[in-house]
Design a protein around this ligand. Structure first.
Ligand code: DGJ
Length: 511
């Protein structure tokens, strides 16, 4: 059974009994149809992805109340097996980007029973009410049917992870102001939440009394998380697959008020509320479309916590952003998955990548060609805390990674045939490096558009680094298979990586 494990605050996604790294791609929203999948698979292949993230639509899955159509699930599972790829299924249920547009028609036609939220001005908001017992019961029934079906048809676990809902929360209102919601808001904060937050407040205190100016947002987060947590728990009772919820982020550095982002979803400030309300959810995951190194890094820091495995289920996959794959690995991520890198966009120009071609897939494809053959080793080393990885920063051209007795020095566009000189940076910051410590003095090293060298950490030492042996090769079944030994020009000035996948096993000594 796939599962998330934690040790010493680090995490692994266990698949087939060992740590697994999701080298993913997420299909466009309307692509999980037999007529469209032929435009998705060629991109999955060109990317060398090992996992496809793709939706299951509630409106397709339950066309009539209680009548479940599993044809889409079956198609995806069968085609994924034919392509040797794992699946992350995205349950487009009650919430999709804060709205309820994937509810089946029979629900949409009955807004009295399945209402949208009411804003502070008394007008309807395009977001489902998290206080609607009928919608919750319907979602529980449908999601349970989905997981029960997976248990029946997927004993080999082609599906390794399931996303519950999609970007939950609400745009345009900080919470539900319907009479029913208002009554709850005016009532006491649940004791379970107070205990989880370690709040010293006496039980019985209202949301406003306990949380002051954050009360509206925290109330909504608790309401949405409780609903999603109940859906998740019901599904998990059918099939205990790992489950996650994705997040429309708030700005991690200058967030602004809740009215400026999707209130109620698992934004960084309400992670503890989500953890308390939805224990059946294994992890809360950031969808990172933000620009800039500092913001990207801050998001990775905020979502990699001892109580939360880091996973990037959606991100930009353009040439500028492909290097963040290394940054995510450096923060212990169990996977990374750009959105919309396939040929199924309904219009050219759809979402971020102007037009997807083999060329636009190339930067992410290089990441996956590089790490694909060593993904088990990378996932294991990361779980053991022996992996460090970095992407080329904006405006900084060398980085240092500490491994006890040794330091790895990464430089970008360093002058050729020089040692110890700083780089001048690639024309655009596209580089990345990954160094794993196999045992003291022996390293797994790879990268893109960078140079990796080592030196003894002790600044008072007069000893110099000696490359005792540098082998290029790959892993097969956990065993390193050397192709050749690097020496002479290939090692005298450090280890250079360009745009071809090269994996090195490096044995260091001193003289
Ligand atoms: C985030 C959502 O989670 C995805 O389903 C998709 O809508 C992307 N945004 C891009 O629009």
């Amino acid at each position: 059974m796939p599962r998330i494990v934690e040790r010493d605050g680090r995490h692994a996604l266990i698949v087939d009994g060992a740590p697994f790294l999701i080298l993913g791609v997420q299909a466009h929203n309307s692509s999980a149809w037999p007529a469209i999948m032929p435009r998705v698979w060629p991109a999955v292949e060109a990317l060398h992805a090992n996992t496809l993230e793709i939706p299951i639509y509630w409106e397709q899955f339950e066309p009539e109340p209680g009548d479940f159509d599993t044809s889409s699930v079956d198609m995806l599972v069968q085609q994924a097996r034919e392509h040797g790829v794992r699946l992350v299924l995205l349950w487009f249920g009650t919430w999709k980007n804060g709205s309820s547009h994937y509810m089946p028609l029979w629900m949409k036609l009955n807004p009295g029973l399945y209402p949208r939220m009411i804003g502070a001005d008394g007008r309807r908001v395009d977001s489902p009410s998290p206080h609607c017992a009928a919608a919750l019961a319907a979602d529980i029934r449908a999601f349970s049917a989905l997981l029960a079906h997976l248990r029946a048809v997927d004993s080999v676990h082609t599906v390794i992870l399931v996303q519950v809902e999609n970007e939950t929360g609400t745009w345009g209102s900080v919470r539900d102001f319907s009479p029913e919601a208002q009554k709850l808001f005016d009532g006491p904060v649940p004791a379970k939440l107070l205990t989880a937050l370690g709040a010293s407040t006496q039980s019985g205190a209202t949301w406003s009394a306990v949380f002051g100016p954050n009360a509206d947002e925290y109330f909504h987060a608790w309401s949405v998380a409780s609903y999603v947590g109940a859906v998740a728990a019901a599904g998990k009772a059918q099939d205990p697959l790992p489950l996650y919820v994705n997040t429309a982020l708030r700005d991690p550095i200058t967030p602004g008020p809740a009215s400026t982002y999707e209130s109620g979803g698992p934004t960084d400030n309400v992670i503890p509320i989500w953890k308390a309300a939805a224990p059946a959810i294994d992890l809360l995951a950031p969808d990172i479309y933000l620009r800039g190194d500092e913001r990207y890094r801050r998001v990775l820091e905020l979502y990699s916590r001892p109580d939360n495995a880091l996973f990037v289920p959606e991100t930009r996959g353009d040439a500028d952003a492909a290097r963040y794959f290394f940054m995510a690995l450096g923060h212990g991520s169990i996977g990374w998955s750009p959105f919309g890198l396939d040929f199924s966009a309904s219009t050219p120009g759809a979402f971020m990548i102007p037009r997807v071609t083999e060329a636009t897939l190339a930067p992410v494809a290089l990441n996956y060609r590089l790490v694909g053959p060593i993904m088990r080793e990378v996932a294991r080393l990361n779980f053991e805390g022996r992996l460090q990885a970095v992407s080329e920063p904006e405006g900084v051209h060398s980085q240092r990674l500490d491994f006890g007795r040794w330091q790895a020095i990464i430089t970008y566009n360093a002058p050729p045939f020089t040692r110890g000189r700083d780089g001048i940076g690639n024309p655009k910051p596209v580089g990345g490096a990954l160094v794993g410590e196999l045992r003291e003095g022996e390293f797994l090293v790879t990268g893109e558009e960078c140079k990796v060298d080592f030196k003894p950490s002790d600044p008072t030492s007069t000893l110099q680094r000696d490359f005792l042996r540098v082998e290029e090769g790959s892993y097969s079944g956990g065993v390193f298979k050397p192709l050749r030994i690097w020496n002479g020009d290939e090692t005298d000035w450090g280890l250079n990586f360009a745009s071809e996948p090269r994996v090195l096993r490096v044995l260091l000594g001193t003289y």
